[in-house]
Design a protein around this ligand. Structure first.
Ligand SMILES: C[S@@+](CC[C@H](N)C(=O)[O-])C[C@H]1O[C@@H](n2cnc3c(N)ncnc32)[C@H](O)[C@@H]1O
Length: 224
């Protein structure tokens, strides 16, 4: 297979996810895609995890005992980029897809793996204030993790710790970004968090027809 065919695989899988409202079908798409997910994502220049790692690591407590949870870790691309950009701490991974996590295991960069989906009404199996860093790339929004789940993710960050994540910065994700900002603005007003955003010009490419670039928005949330 060549690059063009890898792009075709990526866009076909992305279209399958876009075309369904059934979370089980999304899970199956990622499960079936796990073996070639990174190859195909690279072919469509899905740089969101690298961009998040590169631009957020300087905000993290970063030493060998720092504890980070990679949420929607998938095959572990964010963790790998975090290592490349200098994160030296301990990393755990959580994702709804067992086959994606199996690929992440092969990287040998994570300590613990939790195979569980995030849902607003289902509590995560982590204590309050347990991680120095929670990081999440490419997992928030339509057909994936609902915006309200950020409350649970902030719950498990230690005071002074950071929750870093990205979301697509295009119209389809306007509702998701607005909900995230509403939650964070409320928490900031109550002095529970402070946060800043950074624009990322390239998150991924849009369609095989146009090759348009999707911009991203990076959030750095500090728990007070
Ligand atoms: C676009 S991939 C991103 C993977 C990885 N973070 C990266 O940047 O390469 C989205 C990931 O979110 C996971 N996912 C989707 N919905 C989820 C949910 N409700 N809870 C946990 N993980 C979910 C999928 O299984 C998939 O691994």
């Amino acid at each position: 297979m060549n690059e063009e065919e890898y792009r075709e695989v990526a866009w076909t899988n992305i279209a399958k996810i876009a075309d369904t409202d059934d979370q089980d079908i999304c899970d199956k798409v990622y499960g079936d895609w796990a073996d070639t997910y990174e190859r195909d994502s690279n072919a469509i220049k899905f740089v969101a995890p690298e961009e998040l790692a590169k631009r957020s690591v300087k905000f993290f407590r970063n030493d060998e005992s720092s504890q980070l949870l990679d949420v929607a870790a998938g095959t572990g691309t964010l963790g790998q980029h975090l290592r490349t950009y200098g994160f030296t701490g301990i990393m755990d991974a959580i994702d709804i897809s067992a086959p994606m996590l199996e690929k992440a295991k092969e990287k040998g960069i994570y300590r613990n793996f939790v195979c569980q989906g995030l849902h607003p009404d289902k509590s995560l199996p982590f204590d309050d204030n347990s991680y120095d860093v929670v990081a999440l790339s490419g997992g928030l929004g339509d057909k994936h993790i609902e915006a309200r789940c950020i409350l649970q993710l902030i719950r498990i960050v230690k005071p002074g710790g950071v929750f870093a994540f990205n979301v697509q910065n295009r119209a389809l994700f306007d509702g998701c970004r607005a909900e995230i900002k509403q939650i964070l603005d409320g928490m900031a007003a109550r002095k529970e968090v402070s946060y800043e955003t950074m624009e990322a010009t390239h998150y991924g490419t849009l369609t095989k027809m146009t090759g348009d670039v999707i911009p991203g928005l990076i959030f750095i949330v500090t728990k007070l």
